[in-house]
Ligand binder design. Structure first.
Ligand SMILES: [Zn+2]
Length: 258
């Protein structure tokens, strides 16, 4: 049984890539920093890419150490990232930046997974089926109001709050609200971790989950997923129907288990 990884990340329409892909001997992670609206106070001057980088470094330490559950590793990484901020940073700010996370780790015959926010883990099992694990809580919240006060109130009510949506950033407890589980390694061929810049292929366009796995396992690897999503975005007959960036940062890690 092996744990071979290939990873790719591509910047979208923004000024910096706020996604990150990391891999180790028996683990893989993708992170997707959530961009606050431009010009809005978020309580500190550390940017989203900085926070994603600190989270990634601390996740690497925890995963290489190999102790605790994935939620434990994430909780410790958030706590350590909080400590990396300076004394003038207001981490209680409701808009304090955070990231979505997908993690996978092989522990003997178990492939453990964790998702927080709409990053995803896809599993190709030995029968060829491709189930997915993701966390769509942010997309199931009511529509935000359109006044500034209304949005502030909405964020304070739903962001990293019970009944709302949780992100890895300023609140270590968010790790306890991640979705977690495991699958039996002998029943799996491959695992694919993606940020939502990649799952636009199934969320917006006509791809099915097995198509994503097929693309990722061509000789171009995860790069083929990025090409496919950019192609779909560029040929979208009505791109204005979607909110968000024209091209989102897009990141994928393919793990081959055999
Ligand atoms: Zn800060």
């Amino acid at each position: 049984m092996t744990f071979e990884t290939q990873r790719r990340t591509a910047i979208g329409s923004g000024a910096e890539n706020q996604d990150l892909a990391l891999t180790g001997a028996d683990w893989a992670v993708v992170l997707d920093g959530a961009n606050p609206p431009e010009g809005v106070d978020v309580g500190c001057t550390h940017g989203v890419a900085w926070i994603v980088g600190r989270l990634g470094a601390h996740l690497r330490e925890g995963l290489d150490a190999g102790e605790g559950t994935l939620a434990d590793v994430l909780r410790d990484a958030i706590r350590a990232t909080v400590d990396d901020h300076g004394p003038t940073c207001d981490l209680a700010h409701p808009r304090s930046p955070g990231a979505t996370v997908a993690m996978a780790r092989k522990a003997n015959d178990r492939l453990e997974w964790l998702v927080l926010g709409d990053a995803a883990v896809l599993f190709e099992d030995t029968t060829g089926r491709v189930p997915i694990e993701t966390d769509n809580r942010m997309n199931e919240l009511p529509e935000p109001p359109d006044t500034a006060e209304g949005i502030a109130e909405y964020i304070a009510r739903y962001r990293n709050q019970p009944g709302g949506a949780w992100f890895a950033g300023a609140v270590p407890e968010a790790a306890d609200h991640a979705f977690t589980g495991y699958r039996e390694v002998p029943e799996l061929r491959r695992v694919l971790l993606c940020t939502n810049g990649i799952t636009r292929l199934t969320d917006r366009y006509d791809y099915r989950l097995p198509d994503l796995m097929t693309l990722a396992t061509t000789n171009r690897g995860p790069e083929a997923l990025i090409d496919a999503v950019r192609g779909a975005e560029l040929t979208d007959p009505d791109p204005d129907r979607w909110s968000g960036k024209k091209h989102d940062d897009a990141t994928a890690v393919l793990v081959d288990l055999h």
